[in-house]
Design a protein around this ligand. Structure first.
Ligand SMILES: *C/C=C(C)/C=C/C=C(C)/C=C/C1=C(C)CCCC1(C)C
Length: 245
């Protein structure tokens, strides 16, 4: 009698960019997490937590991508819940990165608290918009965007910006310049993906499943990019400390 072993192999169609980017996203997040964890050993003491957080952000994303890829391949549907669980963990951690970068220059816990609160508000309203349907997703999308704009404000003109201006660290100034680009250009990819939802501004322009193409590209750019900016400042400042010692 023949024996069958049920292998859980889900093939990736070569013409399905949502599936392909789920897979590439998974590998890229995984590799980045390894990189940040290992490089943590090469920076000075005060930068180790920052690199740890970069490794956690990409590591948490890698695990979610593993599951989202399978979910999408098995059902052909957007893994909305998994996506928002991922973001609920990783976006507040990105706020922690901002805090850690500016902490040596006097950042207060209350700034971190405000950023985390705004990011949670942005994600809860976004999730409600993605799951409650055609009639209300524009309304929830607008609410979510208000929270997003508040984060942009904090980084460009609020506490984070003031601390950066008042610091005399060239490294921090460069990092914040790059972070601003990520927050405006990189994070703006998400609301564009959201607008593909049925009933929203771009529905019909793209297929609904392509929301995840936008989210996958944005995640890779932002999570890995943020981490690399932190890595860049950390190695630069470490070299400076070594030269001064
Ligand atoms: C690693 C994950 C990141 C950086 C996720 C960021 C997500 C956003 C900036 C999402 C923003 C949204 C809006 C501004 C309006 C529409 C709903 C969202 C949640 C897609």
């Amino acid at each position: 009698m023949e024996q069958f072993i049920l292998l859980n192999v889900l093939e990736i169609p070569t013409d399905d960019w949502v599936a392909i980017t789920f897979f590439i996203g998974y590998m890229a997040m995984f590799a980045s997490a390894v990189f940040f964890f290992v490089e943590r050993g090469n920076v000075s003491q005060k930068w180790k937590t920052s690199l740890l957080v970069s490794g956690l952000i990409t590591g948490i994303a890698a695990v979610h991508y593993y599951y989202m890829k399978d979910y999408y391949l098995a059902t052909g549907e957007n893994p909305t819940a998994l996506r928002y669980i991922d973001w609920t963990l990783t976006v507040p951690l990105m706020c922690v990165e901002f805090y850690l970068l500016t902490k040596p220059f006097g950042a207060k816990g209350s700034t971190l608290f405000k950023l985390i609160l705004a990011s949670i508000g942005m994600l809860i309203t976004g999730f409600i918009g993605e799951t409650t349907g055609v009639d209300s997703n524009i309304f929830w999308g607008v609410l979510s965007t208000i929270f997003y704009l508040y984060i942009v404000y904090e980084v460009f003109a609020g506490d984070v910006a003031k601390l950066t201006q008042n610091s005399n660290s060239e490294g921090l100034k460069q990092a914040m310049f790059l972070m601003k680009i990520f927050i405006t250009a990189g994070w703006a990819i998400y609301p564009i993906g959201y607008m593909i939802l049925p009933g929203n501004l771009l529905s019909g322009v793209f297929e609904t499943s392509q929301i995840d193409l936008f989210y996958n590209i944005a995640d890779a750019v932002n999570k890995i990019g943020f981490g690399l900016v932190v890595y860049y400042v950390a190695t630069k400042e470490t070299a400076k400390e070594k030269a001064a010692a």
